[in-house]
Design a protein around this ligand. Sequence first.
Ligand SMILES: O=C(CO)[C@H](O)[C@H](O)COP(=O)(O)O
Ligand SMILES: [Fe+2]
Length: 220
Amino acid sequence: MTHLRINPSILAADFVNLEAELQRIASADAVHVDVMDNHFVPNLTLGLPIVQRIQQVSPLPLDVHLMIEDADRWAPQYAEAGAASVTFHAEAAAAPVKLARELRDAGAKAGMALRPATPMEPYLDMLGELDMLLVMTVEPGFGGQSFLDLTLPKIRRAADAIRGAALPLVIQVDGGITEETILRAADAGATVFVAGSSVYGADDAAAAITALRSAAGQDA
Ligand SMILES: O=C(CO)[C@H](O)[C@H](O)COP(=O)(O)O
Ligand SMILES: [Fe+2]
């Protein structure tokens, strides 16, 4: 069976104690870092200097999710900082194919994200340029929102297209992932799950990660 990946989002962590917060999720597959610029989304989190520092102390690879305008200009710097994957928003990139190639050239996996209302069909021809397609399952900008079931058909269509073309990219989902919702996203074809509140909101983050894997149908 495909290995399902759980990437906790530090958006729900204690930003003043990030190093300790990273240790709490050591059993996860990667740490999801939400970069917001207060323009692409109405919220501001952290930027390159803090991502560079997280990269130095994290026991896990970094899965950077850029919710910023002018991704073409800024995203490559996150790949150069050593992030394992860098995901830009399709809505914020003028030349997504060129950008994906630059990210790969800089040594990162290239991810592209779609807001809930953004269709995937215009991007069918470029799926081969990507390592990951992020189907947002909430409106980007804030943690703690409810999973949007209306995104499930898009996940299914993306999974069908990827299978049909025998492409290696994976589908990530982000937003509202809990023990209750994760199986719906997994059944639709997602294999990488971002979980903020449901992991960092738990007293025992390791147990929450195990519970998510099990709820998604992954053997222990
Ligand atoms: O990109 C994001 C928000 O834009 C976060 O990764 C996401 O919201 C995770 O938080 P939660 O699991 O609490 O929904
Ligand atoms: Fe995210």
